[in-house]
Design a protein around this ligand. Structure first.
Ligand SMILES: Cc1cc2nc3c(=O)[nH]c(=O)nc-3n(C[C@H](O)[C@H](O)[C@H](O)COP(=O)(O)OP(=O)(O)OC[C@H]3O[C@@H](n4cnc5c(N)ncnc54)[C@H](O)[C@@H]3O)c2cc1C
Length: 407
């Protein structure tokens, strides 16, 4: 055995396909089932926000009738399973990796489901966005049910009463909308999150951003441009429609500002910044449209003129006075939608993870020779961490591994 791949999401399966193509003997250890994150961490009405034409694995092309459509997560799991079967990928399901350490020979020792495997290379594809960020410590004292975004399935599965969704990023905005459509009273605690409209000037916005090079801006450039030295968050793009805060409020979601903490034992407090947060979303959307306009102009593309998106022009329905405090006794439950990271606790090699337990890497290449991190959010470019990066990334890692094995 030369190489172990840890995890059978799109990142691990993509690398496995490219390794197999190069004749690299390897195995994929998956703790549960292929596409496990999509099976267990998505809500019932979930749809991918990458278009069907872009939801393709290495070596494949979309040839269906609906290139701008949005797959359900069930359809995506089927796509991954079928891909692994069609290409005979060596996936061992139900084999959780519980230990990864350095061997005496410079290689790696992988503990998986009771077996120990020694290999020269390891591709860590166990997911960089499948572990909820910790909730604030004070939340443990709240006398009401609380779940993370990954455990939300539907309004019916929640305790009765008003729901507070904390965080207005991709998950929070979509879950708040799902709850409002189900007729649930819902508060959304908003934050400073950008927005993209779903379609612009005749095309899917993500397609424009791919074509124009926006998604190829490198991690290094993004970090250099960030005033606080941190990677930018991803703007909200609804899977099938634009999801702005003003649209959500018009659909019945009650907007509050940023959740700041707990006063006494029952009073949640909020910043008075909803209007700022709406403005920030509008400005981010305008910047993206400006980028696309400039690309259309300099490339001489014959695109239809810009049209208003009703989800952006609708007037917000803001609570008056603004919500600055909520008594938890008026809530049925809280859903924390404050972000995700990876769980690399099985890695027992000094110096390869940072203080938050996340990979230290350059373009996904780890600190120790032979160690690669696949599927990292913003791993190499803005596109990384979304399935649109899978072909480039998988081929690059497989080529590096194949080169190492002949050297
Ligand atoms: C709510 C949400 C929605 C998203 N929607 C989209 C979208 O529409 N389009 C898009 O492109 N991206 C989307 N993303 C980004 C998303 O994180 C990635 O597309 C995708 O899940 C990353 O794929 P992956 O293979 O790197 O990780 P995952 O899909 O998380 O796969 C990792 C695999 O590793 C396995 N594993 C974990 N630990 C171990 C272990 N110790 N041993 C063995 N196996 C292990 C897991 O069971 C899992 O199967 C979304 C993210 C979130 C949080």
């Amino acid at each position: 055995m030369e190489t172990v791949v840890i995890g059978a999401g799109w990142a691990g399966l993509g690398v496995s396909y490219e390794l197999a193509r190069r004749g690299v003997h390897h195995i994929v250890f998956e703790r549960a089932r292929i596409g496990e994150t999509w099976r267990t961490q998505r809500w019932d009405t979930f749809r991918l926000n990458t278009t069907t034409a872009d939801t393709v694995m290495p070596g494949e092309r979309y040839g269906g009738p609906d290139p701008d459509g949005a797959l359900t997560h069930f359809e995506f799991i089927g796509l991954l399973e079928e891909y692994a079967r069609r290409h005979g990928l060596p996936v061992e399901e139900g084999r959780a990796v519980t230990g990864l350490s350095k061997g005496d020979d410079g290689g790696f020792v992988v503990e998986a489901g009771g077996a120990t495997v020694r290999v020269r290379n390891v591709v860590i594809a166990s997911g960089s966005l499948n572990h909820p960020l910790p909730r604030p410590a004070w939340s443990a004292s709240l006398p009401l049910p609380q779940i993370d975004a990954c455990d939300y399935r539907s309004a019916d599965g929640l305790p009765a009463g008003t729901v507070l969704v904390v965080g207005s990023g991709q998950s929070g905005a979509q879950i708040a909308y799902d709850l409002a459509r189900a007729g649930r009273p819902v508060y959304l605690s908003t934050g400073k999150v950008g927005r993209l409209i779903r379609r612009y000037r005749g095309k899917d916005t993500l397609r424009w951003l791919d074509d124009s090079g926006f998604m190829d801006v490198s991690r290094a450039e993004l970090l250099a441009a960030a005033p606080d030295g941190r990677l930018p968050g991803r703007g909200v793009i609804g899977a099938t429609r634009t999801l702005s805060l003003q649209f959500l409020s018009a659909e019945g979601v009650t907007l509050a500002g940023r959740l700041t903490g707990l006063s006494g034992s029952r009073l949640l407090t909020f910043r008075d910044d909803v209007v700022d947060n709406i403005r920030l979303g509008n400005e981010a959307s305008a910047r993206v449209k400006g980028w696309i306009d400039a690309y259309i102009e300099r490339s001489g593309i014959d695109a239809p003129p810009a049209e208003d998106d009703p989800a952006e022009t609708v007037a917000p329905r803001l609570p008056n006075p603004p919500i600055l405090a909520l008594d938890v006794s008026n809530l049925g439950c809280i859903i924390w939608c404050t972000g995700f990271r990876g769980n690399y606790s099985y890695v027992d090699i000094a110096g390869v993870l940072d203080a938050q337990g996340q990979p230290i890497h350059v373009d996904g290449v780890g600190k120790v020779p032979g160690m690669y991190f696949a599927g990292l959010d913003f791993g190499t470019t803005r596109k990384s961490g979304t399935i649109r990066a899978v072909s480039e990334e998988s081929a690059r890692f497989a080529a590096l591994i194949a080169e190492r094995l002949v050297s």
